[in-house]
Design a binder for this molecule. Structure first.
Ligand code: PLP
Length: 454
């Protein structure tokens, strides 16, 4: 253990004691000490957890996995002493205040002066709440999202009994605004889901242009920025991404996942509505709900009942240590990931063993495939490079993506637009990835050499 982590553990133990002592006036009630059996079980857990990829290490550069910050883990563990429930103020007074503070900071990041919002178990449930409100406001009308939107939007729409319309994307993976307008002319679409940062490749739908359609068509805008939202703090984006994120202030609702880019443990999404009036749709009169306040409390504006107060504590603590300010440590971390993505793309482009898509990374996701005479051969080699990289301790991901994202010259002839090719994908979302890019590249290059010499 390093000196820094020993010091951190000391501080944690101290904070835990202080919290314990604040209930000292009560008769003694100590936890059962953990015996030998518990120690053995814990060792077993450690053994079993080894069957994971090393998500916490910078050489893990595959799926969208980012380790929670130490302050988030510590604050979460501290709150576990009480295990508050933010369903109602009686279950978690302090942690409810922390939730309001944390959610307020997220809203302010997008310039929202007014809002109604709360934390959720994740992006999926947050999107469910957004589309539920959309459905209540326009019963029977459809939801539209791009064909690169998160797969759960179609499923959520089905759960809510709302028709779902899929809108084509262009060669950048962004929603095609002309295709959207045609759909708006053709059918009754009440809500357009605009994805700012698609899960597969990190593309941003042109929210600014989509909002212009509101002068001719009436529809509600829900922004799904579960993964990409925090990039509004980054100062190294290209103009289209910047314009899309700047337009979020005009959206009706917004989803952002602190457990994606916000350094939080899983179980932390967030839904925000720009009009607090939608709170009326949540009103319920459960006999089990205990009221201690005249205001709408968090349990009254959430579809979920029990929710972890520890998540709110962890998020609020992280925001205090790493405020959401442009140019500050947290924002610089996002910028570093994006720089790493651009750096990797440049190295890949100089190497003819790889085929790159038309679009450069808009955020911090890079994808490419392997050179081959056909898309099928490229796919086979991409899978082989992915496997070989693992043997070199570099953990990447695979994705099946449309060939239209690549230059038409990639395989010498025109191919069906919806045909797919297997790609290697890397989400460079840890701030450390920038420093580790030489290491990442050395291993990737060695993996490609091994595949091509077979
Ligand atoms: C991850 C993601 C979701 C789903 O969020 P969960 O927290 O995994 O439930 C929804 N939309 C987008 C754009 C995402 O990236």
């Amino acid at each position: 253990m390093t000196a820094a982590s020993e010091e951190f553990l000391r501080q944690f133990a101290h904070a835990q004691r202080v919290l314990e002592e604040s209930f000292d006036q009560l008769p003694a009630h100590a936890d059962e000490p953990l015996g030998e059996d518990a120690g053995r079980v814990l060792m077993e857990v450690a053994e079993r957890l080894r069957d994971n990829d090393p998500y916490q290490h910078p050489l893990y550069a595959g799926q969208m996995l980012k380790p929670p910050h130490a302050i988030a883990r510590a604050a979460y563990a501290l709150a576990m002493q009480l295990n508050p429930n933010n369903h109602a103020l009686d279950g978690g007074r302090a942690s409810s205040a922390m939730e309001l503070e944390a959610v307020g900071a997220l809203a302010r990041m997008f310039g929202w002066r007014e809002h109604l919002g709360h934390l959720t178990s994740g992006g999926t449930f947050a999107n469910l709440e957004a589309l539920w409100i959309a459905g209540r406001l326009a019963p029977g009308q459809a939801i539209a999202a791009s064909d690169q939107a998160h797969y759960t939007h179609a499923r959520i729409s089905a759960v809510l009994g709302l028709r779902f319309v899929s809108i084509a994307t262009d060669e950048h993976g962004r929603m095609d605004v002309r295709a959207l307008e045609e759909a708006l002319q053709r059918e009754e679409i009440a809500t357009v889901v605009v994805t700012l940062g698609t899960t597969a490749i990190g593309a941003l739908d042109p929210l600014d242009q989509i909002l212009e359609l509101q002068s001719r068509h009436k529809f509600r805008v829900h922004v799904d920025a579960a993964y990409g939202g925090y990039f509004t703090l980054a100062e190294n984006l290209e103009r289209p991404a910047r314009a899309a994120l700047d337009a979020v202030s005009y959206a009706d609702s917004l989803v952002i996942d602190p457990h994606k880019h916000g350094l939080q443990p899983y179980g932390c999404g967030c839904i925000l509505f720009r009009d607090p009036g939608v709170g009326l749709f949540y009103k319920h009169d459960s006999p089990y709900t205990y009221f201690t306040s005249k205001e709408l409390h968090l349990g009254e504006i959430s579809l979920e009942c029990s929710r972890p107060g520890a998540s709110a504590g962890a998020l609020a603590a992280t925001q205090r240590l790493l405020p959401y300010e442009r140019g500050d440590t947290f924002a610089r971390g996002l910028e570093a990931g994006r720089e790493a993505a651009l750096d990797l793309r440049t190295r890949l482009a100089r190497d003819d063993r790889f085929i790159l898509p038309l679009a450069a990374p808009e955020l911090d996701i890079v994808f490419w495939t392997a050179a081959g005479t056909t898309a099928a051969e490229s796919s086979d080699r991409a899978r082989a490079i992915f496997e070989e990289a693992r043997r070199q301790d570099l953990y990447l991901a695979l994705a099946e993506l449309p060939v239209r994202l690549f230059p038409t010259s990639a395989w010498g002839k025109a191919m069906p637009q919806d045909m797919r090719v297997t790609c290697v994908r890397s989400v460079l979302m840890k701030p450390e990835h920038k420093m580790w890019l030489d290491q990442i590249w050395t291993r990737l290059s060695a993996a490609a050499t091994a595949v091509y010499s077979d």
